[in-house]
Design a binder for this molecule. Structure first.
Ligand SMILES: [Zn+2]
Length: 98
């Protein structure tokens, strides 16, 4: 039986694959890309993982996959990264250090 650490490692790899696949498929099949995001989130929750850098790749309101210039706009203002989702028309803010 695998240990927890091993499980997390595998989950992390699968999350990466899911987001990579979502990125590839997005142009032709955005709905499938969104399903990959949902799967990745479920996986992260199950294994108690943070999605870290992938958090900027989907909308936290409607969980659709986001691509800048296609269905998302990114702006920075006063040390905050603001991502606008064209799908649900909401903003997600990410504070970052200057
Ligand atoms: Zn959205």
């Amino acid at each position: 039986m695998r240990n927890k650490q091993e499980e997390k490692k595998i989950a992390r790899e699968r999350i990466k694959i899911l987001f990579d696949s979502a990125d590839k498929i997005f142009q032709e099949n955005p709905e499938r890309a969104n399903r990959y995001v949902v799967q990745a989130r479920k996986l992260a929750m199950k294994c108690n993982l943070s999605l870290g850098r992938y958090k900027k790749k989907f909308c936290k309101h409607c969980y659709c996959f986001l691509r800048t210039g296609t269905n998302a706009r990114i702006r920075t203002k006063d040390g905050v990264l603001i991502i606008y989702c064209r799908n649900c028309k909401k903003y997600t803010k990410f504070p970052f250090k200057k």
